[in-house]
Design a protein around this ligand. Structure first.
Ligand code: ADP
Ligand code: MG
Length: 455
C-alpha cells in the first residue's frame, strides 16, 4: 500500500489527511491519484466505498487558488445527499488551507439563498444537475474559469436521464479543462458520454471491484406468504442491530414498513416520494444509531456514505447484478466486514443465477422454520432536535458543552451531533430518555435558549 507522502502535494493536505487518520491510499487512490494530479482526463471505475471521492477532492484541493475568487471546479452528483457528502470530504482535505469557499448547489433547497451565496463568490461548486442548469439559466453563474469538471456517480446520473443536461452544462465550461468521470459501472451510455466530454481519457479500473471479499453473502429461498416472517427470523438469527433493507419499489417499502409495524418492529422508509427534509432527517436518524431499520429503494444504493451498517437485506432481489453490487456495497464500508442477506422466491431463481456467477462465494441457506422471530432490533440512541444550527453559529463543541458541563450529562451518553443550517440533531443513549432536560424541552447554549424536541 502506498502512502500519501509519495505524491507531490501540498504539506497542508498531508496534514489534513493525517488529521483524518488516512494513513494509506486505498487501492483505487493509489491507481489514479498520480495521473489525476498530472491533470489527465480519467475515467475511474471502482466499487462503492473504495474511496473515489478523495481521488478528485485531493487534486482539486491541491490546485485551487484563493485569488481571484472564481469557480475553479465544478462537481456534479446525482443526489443532494451525495453532493453534501462530497462537499464535506473536500472541506476535510482543505482543513489547513484557509479561505477556500466550497458551495453546494442542490435542488430541494431554496434557490434565493444560493443566489446570494454565489454573489459572494465560491472557489469550488458541488451540485446536482437540475439545479446547476437552473443557475445557468436564471443567474449569472460563471463557469468560465473552471479548470476541473467532475462527474461523480456518472452511471447513476445517466440512469436518472441526465445525459443531455450534463452535455449542456459542459458547454458552459471551457474546453481546456480536466474532466474526470467516476462510476461503479461502465456501460455503453457512459462510454458515449466520456467520448463526448473527455479528452483522450485514461481508463482506470479497480481490479478488486468484483471481489467484495469483506462482505459475506447469504441467500435464503422463501415465498410470498411467509416472507415477512422469514425476514424477522433472519433478523433474529443474527441479532441484527442496524439494518438497511432494499425493496424494488416505493410501494413495497411502505408496505413492508407497515407489516413490520403490525408486528411491533420499528422502521422508516427512504424513497423519492418523501420530501428532501424528511429524507435528510431519516438519513441522520439512521446513521446516528437512532433507527434500527431503514427500508429504501435504490435511491440510497449508491454514493451515500452511511457508517456502521452491519446488515444489508434485499427483501426484493435486485433486477440485475449491477444493482445488487451497489446495494451490498452499503455494508462493509472501508475496512469493516459486513453481511448481506438476500431473500428470493423460487420463481426468481433466474435473477439469482447471474448474481451468483459474479459472486461465487454466496452461501445458500435455509430459513429455520422454528427459529424464534421475537427478537426486536432496538436502537441504541434517541435523537434530539435542537432548534439552532449553523446560522445561529452553533458548533459541535457548543452543543456538547451545553449537554455535559451545562446539563451534567455524561459524555459517553452522547453520540453523533449533526448541525444543519437552522437545526441540529444530537444522538443520546436511550437511558437519557426520562431526563429532566427532555421534560423541560429547552436547552441553553452559548447563553441562548433553544427548544429541544425528541424525534
Ligand atoms: P466511494 O465514492 O468509492 O463510494 P468514498 O469516497 O465515499 O467511496 O469513501 C468511503 C469511505 O472511506 C469514506 O468514509 C472516506 O472518508 C473513507 N476513506 C477514503 N479514503 C480513505 C483512506 N485513504 N483511508 C481511510 N479511509 C478512507
Ligand atoms: Mg462516491
Amino acid at each position: 500500500m502506498k502512502k500519501f507522502n509519495e505524491l507531490k502535494i501540498k504539506n497542508e493536505i498531508l496534514q489534513a489527511l493525517e488529521f483524518e487518520k488516512f494513513e494509506q491510499m486505498t487501492t483505487i487512490q493509489s491507481l489514479c491519484l498520480k495521473d489525476i494530479l498530472e491533470k489527465k482526463d480519467v475515467i475511474v471505475k471502482s466499487k462503492t466505498g473504495s474511496g473515489k471521492t478523495l481521488c478528485f477532492a485531493l487534486p482539486l484541493a491541491n490546485e485551487v487558488k484563493n485569488k481571484p475568487m472564481v469557480i475553479q471546479s465544478l462537481i456534479l452528483a446525482p443526489t443532494r445527499e451525495l453532493a453534501n457528502q462530497i462537499s464535506l470530504e473536500i472541506k476535510k482535505v482543505l482543513r489547513f488551507i484557509p479561505n477556500i469557499k466550497v458551495l453546494s448547489l442542490c435542488g430541494g433547497t431554496p434557490f434565493k439563498p444560493q443566489v446570494a451565496s454565489l454573489e459572494v463568490g465560491a472557489h469550488i461548486v458541488v451540485g446536482t444537475v437540475g439545479r446547476i442548469l437552473q443557475h445557468i439559466h436564471e443567474t449569472k453563474i460563471d463557469f468560465s474559469s473552471v479548470n476541473s469538471f467532475v462527474l461523480d456517480e456518472a452511471d447513476k446520473m445517466l440512469d436518472m436521464g441526465f445525459y443531455e443536461d450534463i452535455v449542456k452544462i459542459a458547454e458552459y465550461i471551457p474546453q481546456k479543462r480536466q474532466t474526470l468521470l467516476f462510476s461503479a459501472t461502465y456501460e455503453k451510455e457512459i462510454e458515449e458520454l466520456s467520448s463526448k466530454l473527455l479528452d483522450k481519457p485514461l481508463f482506470i479500473e479497480n481490479v478488486e471491484t468484483h471481489k467484495q471479499e469483506s462482505i459475506t453473502q447469504k441467500f435464503y429461498e422463501t415465498n410470498e406468504d411467509r416472507k415477512v416472517d422469514d425476514l424477522l427470523r433472519v433478523i433474529s438469527h443474527y441479532k441484527m442491530k442496524t439494518i438497511l433493507i432494499f425493496c424494488n419499489t416505493k410501494a413495497m417499502c411502505e408496505d413492508l414498513s407497515t407489516q413490520l409495524w403490525n408486528r411491533g418492529v420499528e422502521s422508516l422508509t427512504l424513497h423519492s416520494d418523501l420530501d428532501q427534509r424528511e429524507r435528510d432527517e431519516t438519513v441522520i436518524l439512521f446513521s446516528n444509531g437512532s433507527l434500527p431499520i431503514l427500508i429504501a429503494t435504490d435511491i440510497v444504493s449508491r454514493g451515500i456514505d452511511i457508517d456502521n451498517i452491519d446488515f444489508v437485506i434485499n427483501f426484493n432481489i435486485a433486477r440485475d447484478e449491477t444493482i445488487h453490487t451497489h446495494r451490498i456495497g452499503r455494508t462493509a464500508r472501508g475496512e469493516k466486514k459486513g453481511i448481506a442477506v438476500t431473500l428470493y422466491d423460487k420463481d426468481e431463481y433466474y435473477k439469482v443465477k447471474p448474481i451468483n456467477e459474479k459472486f461465487p462465494d454466496i452461501e445458500f441457506c435455509d430459513v429455520l422454520e422454528y427459529e424464534d422471530s421475537s427478537y426486536k432490533p432496538r436502537a441504541e440512541y434517541k435523537t434530539l432536535l435542537i432548534t439552532g444550527g449553523k446560522k445561529h453559529k452553533l458548533r459541535k463543541g457548543d452543543i456538547l458543552g451545553a449537554l455535559t458541563a451545562g446539563e451534567g450529562l455524561d459524555k459517553d451518553l452522547i453520540g453523533n451531533i449533526t448541525i444543519l443550517d437552522f437545526v441540529s440533531f444530537v444522538a443520546v443513549k436511550n437511558e437519557v430518555l426520562d431526563d429532566r432536560l427532555l421534560k423541560l424541552g429547552k436547552i441553553k447554549i452559548k447563553k441562548k435558549l433553544f427548544k429541544l424536541i425528541e424525534k
